[in-house]
Write a protein that binds this ligand. Sequence first.
Ligand SMILES: Nc1ncnc2c1ncn2[C@@H]1O[C@H](COP(=O)(O)OP(=O)(O)OP(=O)(O)O)[C@@H](O)[C@H]1O
Length: 250
Amino acid sequence: MSQPLLRVQEISFSRQQRRLLDRISFEIHPGEIVTLIGPNGAGKTTLVRIVLGLIKADSGHCERQPGLRIGYMPQKLHIEPTFPLTVRGFLRLNGKPQPAVIDAVLQRVGIDHLAERRLQKLSGGEMQRALLARALLQKPQLLVLDEPVQGVDINGQRELYNLIRSLRDETRCAVLMISHDLHLVMAATDNVICLNQHICCSGHPDHVSNHPAYLELFGDNQQEFALYTHHHDHDHSISGKVVPCGEDHV
Ligand SMILES: Nc1ncnc2c1ncn2[C@@H]1O[C@H](COP(=O)(O)OP(=O)(O)OP(=O)(O)O)[C@@H](O)[C@H]1O
């Protein structure tokens, strides 16, 4: 197997006497799509921020391949409603790329016709594509996407996941993304990491099952969706603490 682009080893992170991440380890290899799933507050964004080098883990290591180019698509971008910024202007903020480069990247994400549109006028899906375009300008070896389909309707979500996968196929960049959407993600990912402060389970989505512990985390309404198998030897209390199977969960 190729050398990993990113190797996360035994990372832990606490704030205000609360353990937000507990001994997290995983690797991402070139061309691999890895999806982080987990309930609200599970630590997904915190983990991504550590991977990006925006915050430092209390312990453990995050090794990036030297010179690794990362393109980051944040969960959302706050723009003042009256701030006069077009899509093109937004993409020029980062390193002033040539107009032809901007045109090519906008075309690739399917919003070249919106280059002169004000950012505030974009729909949810168009905004996500503008954010993706900005991430692609880095010519990333690793694309990090924090809930890339947020605010996008179901058809748009499918299209965006397809776009992400075809970008991966074309450029062989690796992708690390956070998602809440289980059924669409399952088709679009190579590896899933289920996080709830610690890694509850991880695996290839081919290993599909309706594991009771997984359903406990995500709810019965996900039962119809494709899930993956894992060996789960513990339960979670309401506060997210790990408890042995069968114990009182409060
Ligand atoms: N700097 C901080 N200080 C204290 N608590 C924090 C800090 N950063 C994050 N948290 C808490 O850590 C927990 C994990 O937050 P995080 O944003 O990583 O979760 P998440 O899995 O991305 O959640 P969501 O799915 O809701 O976006 C939350 O309870 C959050 O309030």
